[in-house]
Ligand binder design. Structure first.
Ligand code: AHM
Ligand code: MG
Length: 335
């Protein structure tokens, strides 16, 4: 197949062969995410017209209630997955508890669960900066035929079947892995199709970009402070370039292409950091490793952490392998 003209739909079908005993369920699931992404993309693109079309909490000219975009995105992804009856449960960063999906004839016989951050970095929308959707897919643990339980969602990241993100940026891209490398697809808005634009994405082994909210410097652990100093010191290939959008998907996407490290560390104010293990860190860690990078909490592999709560947080260091290893070296000085 001419890779240049491969659409996401074709790619998904073509890659189904990787899944042993595949029934096509996972392919249909990713296809639903693709569809929901296009709908959300359309709405995100109109965000700047909010003064004209009406803001959240107001009623628009057609008498419809305007929703906040993150709530809207949550609804779109959820209904795309629920209506197609292809998952048995969904957990979202936007909701306190998980949702059970009964499937056809209330049979509870679908095998996948999805965890989703429908619109990450949504505070950036008001200022026209890129935002993203992050998703993570697992096989259920409990037997088919019964409603999913919390334990189906509290799986280690290393059990993920697929994960990815959509970045609503200058172009809209869907990037995902199903455990056989990372591939990126760019939306052609004129046609409404995603095309394979970034096959087999790989983190450069090292890079020169570091991304961290340095405004929190005073509250960072000493290991992080030392690593920042290292990045800023004039020596060898340093100082590194500092880039922080404040929208994880965009910061991550840039670093994967150019080579870099993204850090959201623990701080004295937030001892477990800010980002959520299940909705943000695990899927990003899976993508990182599939792209040849490294993702840890500064000491241990993110994907080996046993989650205990749906919304638990964890510090994250992810990106080019050598850069993460160097940051870990500084962290280990202050165990
Ligand atoms: P959100 O899930 O509430 O949108 O927060 C997640 C976002 C990430 O995209 C981003 O990297 C981070 O929060 C930025 O946080 P901060 O403003 O503390 O640097
Ligand atoms: Mg988020």
């Amino acid at each position: 197949m001419n890779k240049k003209h491969t659409t996401l739909g074709e790619f998904i079908i073509d890659n189904q062969k990787h899944f042993k005993y595949s029934s096509g369920e996972l392919s249909r699931l990713i296809n639903s995410i693709r569809l929901a992404a296009k709908i959300v993309n359309h709405e995100v693109n109109k965000a700047g017209l909010v003064d004209i079309l009406g803001a959240a909490g107001e009623t628009n000219i057609q008498g419809e209630d305007q929703q906040k975009l993150d709530i809207y995105a949550n609804e779109v992804f959820k209904s795309a997955l629920i209506n197609r009856e292809i998952v048995c449960g969904i957990a979202s960063e936007e909701e306190e508890d998980f949702v059970t999906v009964q499937g056809k004839y209330n049979a509870h016989d679908n095998k996948y669960i999805v965890l989703i951050d429908p619109l990450d970095g949504s505070s950036n929308i008001d200022v026209n900066v890129s935002v993203g959707t992050i998703f993570s897919i697992y096989r259920r643990k409990t037997p088919l035929g019964m409603p999913v339980r919390k334990e189906d969602f509290l799986q280690k990241g290393n059990e993920q079947v697929a994960a990815g993100y959509i970045v609503y940026g200058t172009s809209t891209m869907l990037v995902y892995t199903a455990g056989h490398g990372v591939n990126g697809f760019t939306l052609n808005p004129a046609i409404g199709s995603f095309y394979l634009s970034h096959p087999d994405m790989k983190f450069p082994e090292t890079g020169n970009i570091f991304s961290i909210n340095e405004g929190n410097y005073a509250h960072f652990p000493q290991g992080v402070k030392d690593y920042i100093k290292y990045c800023q010191t004039e020596e060898e290939d340093r100082p590194y370039t500092f880039r922080y959008i404040g929208s994880m998907v965009s910061d991550f996407h840039r670093n994967m292409i150019k080579g870099g490290i993204y850090i959201y560390p623990a701080s004295f104010k937030a001892p477990k950091g800010k980002l959520r293990l299940l909705y943000e860190c695990n899927p990003i860690a899976f993508l990182t490793e599939q792209a040849g990078g490294k993702a840890t909490d500064g000491f241990k592999r993110i994907m080996d952490i046993q989650p205990t709560e749906l919304h638990e947080r964890v510090p994250i260091f992810c990106g080019s392998k050598k850069m993460v290893e160097k940051a870990e070296y500084f962290m280990h000085k202050y165990p």
